[in-house]
Design a protein around this ligand. Structure first.
Ligand SMILES: *Cc1c(COP(=O)(O)O)cnc(C)c1O
Length: 419
């Protein structure tokens, strides 16, 4: 469900025609819908209503301050994986006591910053990290509140690049070793062990891997409780998939039900860390056709967005629906086209042999479901500027990240004295 629909033959974001935005900000650009963000948050909040659950938005899916603030205003906390993301969350007004700091390679400087900020918990992923955090906390006369990220050794059945919970993945502490590490942590003077955490992957399209992982957390929670370690929380990570094509993933309601069934009776607080499911459908990438090129065997639609703007198709073989901004006339013939960007890489291909209605030079198209892992994964490869982000609310819009200028780009570098 989203708020990008055709009205009077023109694709709109809520009440704003995307063609109008293209005229005002230029292409390519990302456009986000406040109503969709709000709807997704509310659907998830309702799915876990009655549980003592906090929804911490995983900022790496979309770090725009206006997006974070829209969700924070509804009560969302944040899951962050770097000092930069932590600073983003704080700048957007997320209270530190709603921020979880995750990540397999937090540096000394990042841990210190998080300790001083007073985040809800730092999710520790290795024993060396635990020891470093203990010593940093002692040196500052504090106790670091931690969660222990456990690797439950379950296969999330998602793309290999975004599966994180098998024992050969770099994340978390092996679940068989976790009780030992929890005991060690509980005895450390600089550590307050509050929770155990998992995050088994992203874009999961079945509930079974989640429930397998959550059962392991449940067993662990009860086992260490019997040992006298009373955990206050369980962190369930993110990962719920969203529909990119016609295949519907499990509904938030079913996800909530599964959580209730597996963990609802433990009497502890729960943390959820959704990223994609809150923001994915809330964004589109709007691009203009530069050329239509007739190749020897294919027709190429060359557009002004590239893999540096949206890397998911190149990196994860991801599918994004492509919508013409002007609604195609009924009964018009769809023909296969390869939709590509201007980057000097063959992987700069958004879609191969995609059936599309007739499109011509200067026409506008939108890549749908581009709100998650779109702008946050973008780069300036090929000397291209980062593209603007626009947030729509009803009939209003705001440019929430302007397009930099070429002078801005050049100003970030310096020549050494000998040149
Ligand atoms: C990436 C990540 C998330 C969010 O994943 P989604 O698939 O976007 O929901 C949550 N928690 C952690 C620790 C992550 O690394």
């Amino acid at each position: 469900m989203n708020h990008f629909t055709y009205r009077n033959g023109q694709l709109h974001a809520e009440g704003v025609p995307l063609a109008q935005l293209a005229a005002e900000v230029g292409t390519p650009f990302y456009c986000y819908s406040s109503a969709t963000l709000e709807r997704h948050f509310k659907v998830l909040a309702e799915a876990v209503a009655g549980l003592d659950a906090t929804i911490c938005f995983a900022i790496k899916a979309n770090g725009n301050l206006a997006v974070i603030k829209t969700l924070a205003n509804l009560g969302a906390g944040a899951d962050v994986v770097s000092e930069g993301e932590l600073r983003r969350a704080l700048a957007a007004g997320v209270p530190p006591e709603r921020i979880v700091f995750s990540g397999v390679g937090k540096t000394r400087a990042e841990l210190t910053f998080a300790l001083d900020a007073g985040v809800l918990e730092i999710n520790v992923e290795s024993e060396p990290e635990l020891e470093l955090l203990n010593s940093l906390a002692i040196a500052r006369g504090k106790r670091a509140v931690i969660g222990l990220r456990v690797n439950p050794d379950v296969d999330a059945h998602t793309h290999a690049k975004i599966t994180t919970g098998r024992k050969e993945d770099k994340f978390g502490i092996e679940w068989t070793r976790a009780p030992q590490v929890l005991r060690k942590a509980a005895a450390m003077p600089g550590i307050d062990v509050a929770s155990i955490a998992v995050h088994i992957g992203s874009q999961l399209t079945e509930l079974k891997p989640f429930s397998d992982a959550f059962r392991r957390l449940r067993d662990l929670f009860l086992m260490v409780k019997a040992d006298g370690i009373a955990l206050r929380r369980i962190d369930l990570g993110g990962g719920l998939g969203i529909p990119y094509d016609d295949q519907p993933p499990p509904s938030p309601a079913d996800y909530g039900k599964m959580i209730r069934e597996n963990l609802g009776d433990l009497g502890c607080a729960l943390l959820l860390e959704p990223g994609r499911m809150l923001v994915g459908n809330a964004g589109v990438l709007v691009s203009r056709v530069i050329y239509v090129k007739e190749g020897a065997t294919r027709r190429f639609l060359i557009c002004d967005a590239g893999m540096n703007d949206l890397i998911r198709p190149a990196m994860y073989d991801a599918y994004h629906a492509i919508l013409p901004i002007t609604e195609p006339a009924a009964g018009v013939a769809y023909k296969p086209m390869d939709v590509v960007g201007p980057i000097c890489e063959s992987s700069d291909t958004f879609a191969r042999q995609r059936p599309l209605p007739p499109l011509a030079q200067d026409d506008l198209i939108a890549f749908s479901t581009a709100g998650a892992y779109g702008a946050t994964m973008s780069s300036t490869y090929n000397g291209r500027l980062l593209i603007p982000e626009v947030l729509v609310k009803g009939d209003s819009f705001a440019v929430v990240r302007p397009r930099p200028t070429y002078d801005d780009m050049l100003a970030t570098e310096k020549l050494p004295a000998w040149l």
